[in-house]
Design a protein around this ligand. Structure first.
Ligand SMILES: C[S@@+](CC[C@H](N)C(=O)[O-])C[C@H]1O[C@@H](n2cnc3c(N)ncnc32)[C@H](O)[C@@H]1O
Length: 468
């Protein structure tokens, strides 16, 4: 997810307990959503409390933050016995009672990936069921799927400089959203709340955004009303842009003449050189600076070889030519371009007309591509999935957080492509979508998980399935 944190529906205001209530908790395994399962120390069989800012194996003092008939939540405020994986948080303002979006910043980066690995396996088992869990484990070589770091984190974690290692996973977000408080100062929402807090120096953002002083400088406040939304974008080509309530500004705060930015993705590992995109500054684009290249590599390899991993530069141009691909949830054409450049015929479907407009600009030179605007549905899959009357060879899906859902997945299976490549930013939705595919004649061939959102609980998974 994400992604630029996707536009959200109105924030669920946490049902805070009327009086402050503190509890002592023994913390168990991580659960999907960035918290751990915990129970009070005096009642190990008692009701589960989902605790944030803690680590498995810790004993913590926590303050209850939500108590409903369905869920009890708490924030760890004092660590009574600390996990060896606990570190000085890279973003203290995202700690207990703080802003959302950095909920794992107290966890060593390697342990964050172990956490996500556990959550993926747990979702596959609990939500997908034993067949789904087993199919994915077998495709991963008989073990739980590892969540891999992206190149920036690999470099930072291997650094000889302790400070660089400690800051690994920071400075990588090229998109960021803020909201103005009642005084017009830009900040971030507290977790599950409409309250706007000062997020500090925005450590997860790339330097080009962090250096804009978005939360401090009067330059930006001048354009704000209470509740104003600010989006900052640091593209791979050119200067950053700042959008305040849709108005586009340069890094100096002057009105900008462009709404689109250029993005370049290095696909030389696939033998495709540099891919050039044109995208609206407020449109969807993968937020980690390494994510577009990592995902393009995984998805194109998956389409061609059945495995999202591996090397071999010349593999694409040799083997994708003539392949027909139906791509659903195609955004601004992140995967459409390399697939077309490699010689595939691509029919893509995307819900946002603006994103399809961007893809048209990027892909204007390709007559092997047909771009459609519309909602992914069984009917759309049926209508678009046959190229020259023959079902597409491969279907690529990269749905939003809620997943593709049974209707779309069953329509894909009914179309009968020989291969399906499913990209998922939510492991629970992935488990559901995989369950539908496995029960419709597909088998898992390859899987890869990428830590595209360090210091949060989010990650991305690419799964390849072949028809049996
Ligand atoms: C996770 S993004 C992936 C985009 C692209 N693959 C990328 O990585 O840049 C999901 C995309 O699905 C689109 N979308 C969301 N719901 C949709 C729906 N019901 N039908 C079609 N597209 C949808 C969104 O506009 C967004 O562009």
């Amino acid at each position: 997810m994400t992604t630029r944190p996707a536009r959200r529906s109105p924030r669920p205001e946490t049902t805070r307990p009327a009086a402050r209530e503190e509890v002592l908790l023994d913390v168990g395994a991580p659960a999907h959503g960035g918290h751990c399962v915990a129970r009070t120390t005096d009642d190990p069989d008692g009701r589960v409390i989902f605790v944030r800012h803690a680590l498995p194996g810790e004993r913590v003092r926590a303050v209850m933050t939500q108590k409903t008939s369905k869920i009890w939540r708490a924030d760890a405020i004092e660590i009574l016995s600390a996990s060896p994986d606990r570190v000085e948080p890279v973003w203290p303002q995202a700690g207990p009672g703080g802003v959302g979006g950095g909920e794992l910043s107290h966890v060593a980066l390697g342990a964050q990936r172990t956490w996500k690995r556990w959550v993926l396996a747990d979702c596959l088992r609990r939500i997908g069921g034993p067949d789904v869990a087993q199919a994915v484990t077998e495709a991963a070589g008989g073990t739980a799927v590892s969540v891999e770091p992206l190149p920036s984190e690999v470099r930072a974690e291997a650094s000889e400089d302790a400070r660089t290692r400690a800051l690994a996973g920071t400075g990588t977000r090229t998109r960021l959203a803020l909201t103005a408080d009642e005084r017009g100062r830009f900040g971030m929402h507290a977790f599950r709340s409409s309250t706007v807090l000062d997020p500090g120096r925005l450590p997860l953002a790339v330097a080009a955004i962090a250096d804009l002083g978005l939360t401090e400088r009067a330059l930006w406040r001048r354009h704000a009303r209470p509740g104003s939304r600010l989006e900052a974008v640091a593209p791979s080509v050119g200067e950053p842009l700042v959008l305040i309530d849709g108005r586009v500004l340069t890094a100096e705060g002057r009105a900008a003449s462009r709404r689109r930015v250029g993005e370049v993705v290095d696909a030389s590992g696939l033998g495709l050189g540099e891919l050039r995109y044109s995208v609206h500054a407020d449109g969807f684009w993968q937020v980690h600076k390494d994510a577009p290249a990592a995902l393009v590599d995984a998805v194109v390899r998956a389409v061609v070889t059945g495995s999202p991993s591996g090397g071999g530069a010349s593999l694409v141009a040799d083997r994708v030519a003539g392949t027909s691909v139906l791509e659903l949830y195609s955004g601004a054409g992140l995967f459409t371009l390399p697939l077309a450049a490699a010689g595939a015929r691509v029919v893509s479907l995307e819900g946002s007309a603006q994103a399809v407009g961007d893809a048209r600009r990027t892909l204007h030179g390709y007559d092997t591509v047909s771009l459609h605007t519309g909602r992914a549905s069984a009917r759309a899959v049926d209508e678009l999935g046959r190229l020259d009357g023959t079902p597409a060879d491969v279907v690529v899906l990269d749905p939003p957080r809620q997943g593709a859902g049974r209707e779309v997945i069953e329509a894909v299976a009914a179309l009968g492509p020989r291969r399906v490549v499913l990209v998922a930013c939510d492991p629970a939705a992935l488990a559901r979508d995989l369950g539908s595919l496995l029960h419709s004649g597909y088998t898992v061939r390859g899987v890869r998980a990428l830590d595209m959102f360090p210091h949060t609980h989010h990650f991305e998974t690419v799964v390849v399935l072949d028809r049996h």
